[in-house]
Design a protein around this ligand. Structure first.
Ligand code: MOS
Length: 731
């Protein structure tokens, strides 16, 4: 039986706060941790299926055109080579992971340099790689590609539903006492998950099993089936362990489709792993952005106007674009508003969701501009933000759900020691190092997604949680175990959580920070269903049932079950509460940096971050997510930048030697503090998403601190030393 809840009303009860046991929220260790650190958790490449052969993708060496000939014969003559596959069903791009619809098809039409066009399969990986390397491709390249999003020869589109013109911003800019009118640029980013994409496809008759590394199996199963032109009932995906995703594994990717096509043809399991370079070139990138921000404030610093126009890019025909102004819409007040989105169509790798799409870069530009307004108005940056917290949504008739924004700003300032900051730039020096402090707000939309889960109360009184939900390093195994354990009055070691199998009830998957709340709510509902059944057996009302230490009504659960297992399913769906209230998560960042007065090198010395994300389900894994977010913020501020050659669109820095992510020495001990919060509008367990919140604005705290340190405002990310050198103050 299924307990089904559509979130049409705020939760009436805070059930998890009223149970005798409160494991949920505690920093419980990951139950799967020992498997991971001992190397026995099975990641996508590690399933040893008998007879598995190896596939390596061959990719286009031109950025636009058609493949006219594939030199199969020469490659087929090589030792060990079993097949060269090029098929109209190959993916041009990874799917985006939320529509469940077939992604755009066909490799014969080349849209970017590095696009997969063929798969060479051989007995060994080395043989396949050699074959893919020497495969001769002939092209028709009559049409020219376009590569620079800001160049005049590039077509631009304006998505209709992302244009806002409210009041008169131009007039507000003229009327304002203080204004900021600046353009900020952020480069493209790569998710750079530790585990590159990998899929093993195997068939039994018409049934395909794909062992892969994916975030949203419930959608991926349809994307894969659509791509192959088969029914999704015939597809099973297994992804019990995923070595990081950050958006790159939201949608089915080319290696999965190619592996499935080849495995069917050869009658053997085929494994296709992407190299690091292939991940960079053929999986999602975050779009670069040009963001024009205008702020108009009265003499008290209160915004009377706010403009945020953005230019991002994607391939022709792709629906996704980076939703840069997502949080700008609701974060600050200002009645005159303009937010226009423009998408340039370029022949670069497909742009898609990379951790916190929208806010990750949009909040950074907005928070830089707010820092500039603070300086222009002489108002403290924390105070300025607090003065601009709106009472209701500034663009529509909508209130807010739980919103500890001011609290996060105050608590961050207190923990960091913000009162010690000198607002005047370039005043503090230690030897050749200039010291500066900066801050920024954090905000990220909250979403609840449809999710299902099953909880089995086994005859021995232990429990098993089953859902196709994934754990991409986020802590899903922990939090689902904690929720089920509390609801069923069991210790954590009596609950086994099984994930990542599409034969289980389908959950939200991991994306958009909605995974924990959505799948957690489904498990919560499944347990409520079980509690109802147990109450029935005991002849008590469900609300009066108390299960503690595996016992209820004086009997053990095993006794109550009488030798039979009991199964409950839970099903959560978003409803009216997501329309009635603007649901979001909030926070603050405070950074102290040292900028070398001779070399221009920046070191982040301290970073304090405070976040409110509703009920925290596991303090340790939630905090770890925030640490990760802040590290992304440091990377965005100082290091990370995809560099495309404007002559042919090829990605120049396509590995971790050239695409710089922060390493240990770049990251100080980060102080993350999570606020105590319950959001009854967000989910029946009062939790909201937290994963992505940790980087939504983080980079701005660092670059605002750089400005405070040396008085140089760099509006073109990342702030590498070459951009500071010429303007550094004399030491
Ligand atoms: Mo996320 S970028 O939706 O994994």
């Amino acid at each position: 039986m299924t307990r089904h809840l559509i979130m049409d009303e705020p939760a009436r009860d805070r059930v998890l706060d009223e149970l005798p046991q409160s494991l949920t929220g505690t920093p419980m260790d990951r139950p799967e941790g020992p498997l991971k650190v001992s190397g026995t958790a099975t990641y996508a490449h590690e399933w040893n299926l008998p007879g598995t052969v190896y596939g390596v993708l061959a990719r286009a060496a031109v950025p636009k055109g058609k493949v006219t000939e594939i030199g199969k014969d020469a490659v087929m003559a090589l030792p060990g080579v079993l097949g060269v596959f090029a098929d109209e069903r190959f993916l041009r791009n990874p799917a985006q992971g939320t529509s469940g619809e077939a992604p755009i098809q066909g490799p014969d039409e080349i849209a970017y340099l590095g696009q997969p066009v063929a798969l060479v399969v051989a007995e060994t990986f080395e043989q396949a790689r050699h074959g893919a390397n020497i495969l001769q491709l002939e092209y028709d390249t009559a049409a020219d590609g376009v590569f620079d999003p800001e160049a005049t020869n590039v077509p631009h589109e304006r998505p209709e539903d992302d244009q806002l013109d409210q009041g008169d911003l131009d007039q507000a800019m003229r009327d304002a006492k203080f204004t900021v009118d600046q353009v900020y640029r952020t480069p493209g980013h790569n998710s750079a998950a530790m585990e590159p994409h990998c899929s093993i496809a195997s068939w039994e008759g018409d049934k395909l099993t794909l062992r892969g590394s994916y975030q949203m199996l419930n959608y991926n199963i349809n994307e894969l089936a659509d791509s192959l032109k088969i029914e999704s009932e015939n597809v099973r995906i297994l992804s019990p362990y995923v070595g990081g995703g950050f958006g790159s594994k939201l949608g089915i990717a080319p290696e999965a489709v190619a592996a499935a096509i080849a495995a069917k043809e050869l009658g053997r399991p085929v494994v296709v792993a992407l190299s690091r370079q292939q991940v960079f070139e053929a999986v999602m990138r975050r779009s670069e952005s040009r963001q024009h921000i205008r702020l108009a404030a009265d003499e008290t610093g209160k915004l009377i106007g706010l403009g945020h126009d953005s230019l991002v890019s994607n391939l022709p025909g792709e629906e996704f674009y980076e939703p840069v102004m997502q949080a700008t819409h609701f974060l600050y007040t200002g009645e005159n508003r303009r937010m226009n989105m423009e998408v340039a169509r370029v022949n670069r790798t497909c742009a898609g969701s990379v951790r916190a799409p929208g806010e990750a870069i949009g909040m950074v530009a907005l928070e830089n501009a707010m820092d500039e307004l603070a300086e222009a108005s002489g108002i403290d940056p924390v105070e300025l933000r607090k003065r601009n917290i709106p009472e209701t949504h500034p663009e529509k008739d909508q209130g807010y759900s739980s919103r500890p924004f001011a609290e996060a700003l105050d608590e961050g300032a207190r923990r960091f020691g913000w009162d010690k900051r000198n607002a005047k730039p370039a005043q503090t020096r230690e030897g050749e190092w200039w010291i500066g402090m900066g801050m920024a707000s954090a905000a990220r939309v909250n979403m609840l997604q449809e999710a299902k889960a099953r909880v089995i109360l086994n005859a021995d009184g232990s429990a098993t949680v089953q859902t196709d939900m994934t754990d991409i390093g986020t802590g899903t195994y922990s939090i689902l175990t904690q929720i089920a354990a509390d609801m069923l009055g069991l210790p954590a070691d009596k609950v086994e959580t099984q994930l990542g199998d599409t034969d289980f009830p389908r959950a939200s998957g991991s994306g958009g920070s909605f995974g924990a709340s959505s799948s957690g709510s489904a498990v919560f509902l499944a347990c409520q269903e079980l509690r109802g059944r147990i109450a029935g057996k005991l002849g008590v009302a469900e609300d009066d049932l108390v299960i503690e230490d595996g016992k209820a009504g004086g009997k053990t659960l095993a006794d109550i079950l009488g030798g039979d297992a009991l199964t409950g399913e839970g099903h959560i769906e978003p409803g009216e509460t997501s329309k009635e209230k603007r649901q979001a998560t909030y926070g603050s960042y405070f950074a102290e940096v040292a900028v070398n007065g001779v070399t221009g090198e920046t070191r982040v010395r301290r970073l304090t971050a405070v976040f409110g994300a509703g009920r925290i389900l596991n303090e340790k894994t939630a905090t770890s997510q925030c640490y990760g977010g802040c590290v992304w913020g440091i990377g965005m501020a100082l290091h990370e930048e995809l560099m495309f050659d404007h002559r042919d669109g090829h990605l120049v820095n396509r590995d971790l030697a050239e695409y710089h992510v922060p390493v240990n020495l770049d990251v100080p001990q980060i102080d993350v503090h999570l606020l105590e919060e319950r959001d009854d509008w967000a989910s029946p367990i009062q939790s909201k998403g937290i994963g992505e919140l940790g980087l939504c604005g983080a980079a701005a705290a660092v670059t605002n601190a750089i400005y405070n340190a040396v008085g140089v405002r760099v509006r073109d990310y990342p702030v590498t030393l070459d951009k500071l050198l010429a303007e550094l103050p004399e030491i």
